[in-house]
Design a protein around this ligand. Structure first.
Ligand code: CP
Ligand code: NVA
Length: 318
């Protein structure tokens, strides 16, 4: 039913603004059913394979619980306990796994790896984080922002309310930063980016064509001025552990603190994809303070990904 062309979700720019409006409305409905203990199982008999080449708490629990709630089941694979760790070509893994399941989620290193898998998959593939992107997280973050700040109209949250807003990114020019830039380009807001020298975002890696969707600031406090949302992430992402010591030195001034929140909009929200390191990229006062919505953000991973799997497997409902 619905759209019959198979789609993957490998980066944020794989969907158009109008598809995001649809997904956020489905997520809102699916979340409210969950909160009311209403059974909603459109994915009965469907199977999700989750492939983890890096660690996870939220991504695993949100996809696994979400798939069971929708009536389906899951297969959990890691590098160490599958032939992926013994150099079976990714293309062969894709051909085999996608003959037995209905949808695949992958967390891995290079984006090219997930692209190669998708190119040989018979079923939709979702990016559960790569070195370059984390689209499911930004999907949850935007949904969380809308939930807190946008009125609900007849067709759900008004995505136009994001136009002209400022999201401040403090810290590493990493997978989360790249994905924020793609979201800004598609949805019409601006990202203020402040990173230490050597850790800047690269528009070519971020995959954006317009440079006016972001502004670079040397001083993280200046980047926070007037922001509607302030967000950060770990200084050392998974896969970059060998650089940890150098990063701790380089990032010392990129800790989101009360002074930074004080120059943002008075009702600015604070987000962090988690896991967090209090005292490094954010103070305990900010992440545990009244402007922080990090727990909603984590929970919303499950609701938006249920909407995403429904869309990729069933197309548009109604
Ligand atoms: N935010 C996020 O993706 O968390 P996990 O690494 O725990 O999955
Ligand atoms: N940038 C972090 C996000 C973790 C959810 C990482 O890639 O490790």
């Amino acid at each position: 039913p619905g759209d019959t062309l198979m789609k993957h979700y490998l980066q944020f720019k794989d969907f158009r603004a109008e598809e995001y409006a649809y997904l956020f409305e489905r997520a809102r409905i699916i979340k409210s059913r969950f909160k009311n203990y209403e059974k909603y199982q459109p994915l009965a008999d469907r199977t999700l394979a989750m492939i983890f080449e890096k660690a996870s708490t939220r991504t695993r629990v949100s996809f696994e619980a979400g798939m069971y709630q929708m009536g389906g089941s899951v297969v959990h694979l890691t590098t160490g306990d599958s032939q992926l760790g013994r150099a079976e070509p990714i293309e062969d893994s894709a051909r085999v796994i996608s003959r037995m399941v209905d949808i695949v989620m992958i967390r891995t290193y290079e984006q090219t790896k997930i692209e190669r898998f998708a190119a040989h998959s018979r079923v939709p593939v979702i990016n559960g984080l790569t070195n370059e992107f984390h689209p499911c997280q930004i999907l949850a973050d935007l949904f969380t922002y809308l939930e807190h700040r946008a009125p609900v109209g007849a067709r759900g949250y008004d995505l136009d309310s994001l136009k002209g807003k400022v999201v401040t990114w403090v810290g590493d020019g990493n997978n989360m930063a790249n994905t924020w830039l793609q979201a800004a380009e598609i949805l019409g807001f601006t990202v203020h980016v402040s990173t230490p020298g050597g850790y800047e975002v690269d528009p070519a890696v971020a995959g954006i064509s317009q440079r006016d969707c972001y502004k670079v600031f040397k001083d993280p406090l200046e980047a926070c001025r007037g922001a509607h949302l302030v967000t950060t992430d770990v200084w050392t992402s998974m896969g970059y552990e060998a650089e940890n010591e150098a990063r701790i030195k380089a990032f010392a001034d990129w800790c989101v603190d009360a002074d930074m929140m004080a120059v943002a909009q008075p009702d600015a929200l604070f987000m962090h994809c988690l896991p967090a390191h209090r005292g490094e990229e954010v103070t305990a006062e900010v992440i545990d303070g009244p402007q922080s919505v990090v727990w909603d953000e984590a929970e919303n991973r499950m609701h938006v990904q249920k909407a995403l799997m429904e869309y990729l497997l069933l197309g548009r409902i109604g």
